[in-house]
Design a protein around this ligand. Structure first.
Ligand SMILES: [Zn+2]
Length: 506
């Protein structure tokens, strides 16, 4: 290895309740000694003095980890490895952080060099870290699964038609009628619009008390729970990849609202309609629908077929109230202009490094927020556990009341949910540093789709990630992208809100 200058930070820790430990002075003496012998420059000293060996109070240590990204030092020296971390997991975790920042760890008493042994040790430690976090996830999952196997409710909002009583699914008769109506009408060939009208007429509302939308109807028609299936952990569109292996499905576990035949019949119909709709309208997918706004009155502009042949985007107020004077804009013209701008201003190699920097800044902010959220949730978790303990103690002392069981179930569900959310946040927290290369790859992929995909729906999905708003006036089209670079390389604007880092879709 090449001889590079080693600039080191010293770290020493002492817990006053353990008399067998070396004092901070003694640790630092040994470190300074070592530095002199090995020609190492000591640039900074961090020390923590804790009241007890078990508390997690190590402000200087955490500061050191943080500082390791500044390039001030390229090594951290401790007297003994156990000064650096309290357990192997900790050690692997923080060593990884240091490594990411190009900082190596040196112990005065233990040899951790670049020999094969130490590399193996390191990889074992890394393996441990991975094992540890997987194991924790598994523990959390176990709690949720236990609920699942008893077909118990695992948090969230129950689907329309059900209430949760003592953690179990119970049919809500009034809502169940709406659900049956939806299935029956759809099976008879009614469209979403007609079903919604019928539901409104009868005064039905969604579980949240809102009027029905096409989406909410679709969701109901696709929900297998109504046949009595208990489904846990199916995941949403966004995270289905992560949790798929843990899906639990139990037949006839909850009271059914829809019989299986009707459900199947409806599924078939949904598929059929998808196919015919696709065939008829493939040519006329409005790539920008939902994104175009009228610059005259502020309403949305919607896809429109004028006099049977001109395909345009048109101000929606123009049709409804005839109040807006804005002109229609040709569909092809608008779409190709917007895609052109996107190619030029966003999906450009010179944007990548700037965007990487911005995303990293954003990420850091998010990580900080997540850390705060985790602290808060952990505190809640402890409180809930404390309450559970109190109930158990009360029962042990013979003070059982039936309401306690209900309360206990409630607390348990809450605890599981908290644990799950903590774990989820912790997983996200380790989002890696985003490099310009990663962004370039995403750009390349998206450009490919936008410019040459045969599937307009796919193009539309990609466009949504970049376009915030298109504003059309009679003489101007204004594109608001989520981020963008003007002709002047330095004039960079980032939309204040709603920016989804495209890395999520890699
Ligand atoms: Zn208008």
């Amino acid at each position: 290895m090449a001889e590079t200058e080693v600039r080191a930070a010293a770290y020493a820790r002492y817990s006053s309740d353990n008399q067998r430990e070396e004092s901070i002075e003694a640790q630092l003496r040994a470190i300074k000694d070592y530095c002199q012998k090995n020609n190492i420059q000591l640039v900074k000293i961090y020390t923590d003095e804790a009241k007890s060996a078990t508390t997690d109070d190590r402000p200087a240590f955490l500061q050191m980890i943080k500082d390791s990204s500044l390039g001030l030092f390229n090594a951290v020296i401790v007297h003994k490895l156990d000064r650096f971390a309290r357990n192997r997991y900790d050690s692997a975790f923080y060593r990884r952080q240091l490594k990411k920042n190009g900082v190596k760890l040196i112990s005065v008493l233990e040899q951790l060099d670049d020999s094969p042994e130490s590399i193996i040790l390191e990889s074992v430690l890394e393996g441990m870290a991975e094992y540890y976090s997987k194991n924790l996830a598994r523990e959390v999952m176990k709690g949720l699964k236990e609920n699942a196997f008893q077909a118990k409710f695992n948090g969230g909002i129950p689907p329309l038609g059900y209430d949760i009583v003592n953690g179990e699914y119970v049919i809500n008769e009034k809502e169940a009628e709406a659900v049956r109506l939806i299935f029956e009408l759809y099976a008879q060939g009614y469209g979403y619009r007609q079903i919604i009208d019928e539901l409104n007429l009868r005064g039905y509302k969604t579980k949240k008390g809102n009027p029905f939308s096409k989406n909410s109807i679709h969701e109901i028609l696709k929900n297998e729970k109504y046949t009595g299936k208990y489904i846990f952990n199916k995941g949403t569109k966004k995270n289905h990849r992560i949790v798929k292996e843990d899906v639990i499905v139990i037949d006839n576990a909850i009271p059914a609202i829809i019989d299986k035949d009707l459900f199947e019949q409806v599924q078939k119909k949904i598929e059929e309609r998808k196919i015919t709709r696709g065939a008829n309208s493939a040519k006329r997918v409005y790539l920008l629908s939902g994104l175009v706004y009228c610059g005259v009155c502020g309403s949305k502009m919607v896809g429109c077929l004028s006099r049977g042949k001109y395909v345009t985007y048109r101000c929606s107020k123009k049709d409804r109230t005839k109040q807006c004077t804005n002109r229609d804009i040709n569909k092809e013209k608008l779409e190709s202009f917007v895609i052109d701008e996107l190619n030029k201003r966003v999906l450009d190699p010179k944007v990548a490094p700037v965007l990487a920097r911005l995303l990293n800044e954003e990420n850091q902010k998010l990580n900080k927020e997540r850390a705060e959220e985790i602290t808060f949730l952990k505190k809640r978790y402890k409180e809930v556990e404390e309450q559970m303990k109190n109930i158990v103690e009360a029962i042990a002392q013979g003070m059982f009341q039936p309401i306690m069981k209900e309360k206990m179930n409630e607390l348990e569900a809450m605890r599981n949910e908290l644990a799950y959310r903590i774990k989820e946040l912790e997983n996200k927290k380790e989002t890696d540093f985003i490099t310009p290369e990663m962004i370039l790859k995403i750009f390349e992929k998206d450009r490919e789709i936008i410019n040459s995909s045969k599937d307009p729906h796919e193009i539309k999905e990609v466009l949504k990630n970049y376009i915030k708003k298109i504003i059309v006036t009679p003489d101007e089209i204004k594109c608001e992208f989520y981020f963008w670079i003007g002709d002047d390389f330095r004039s960079l604007l980032v939309a204040a809100s709603g920016f989804e880092p495209p890395t999520l879709r890699v």
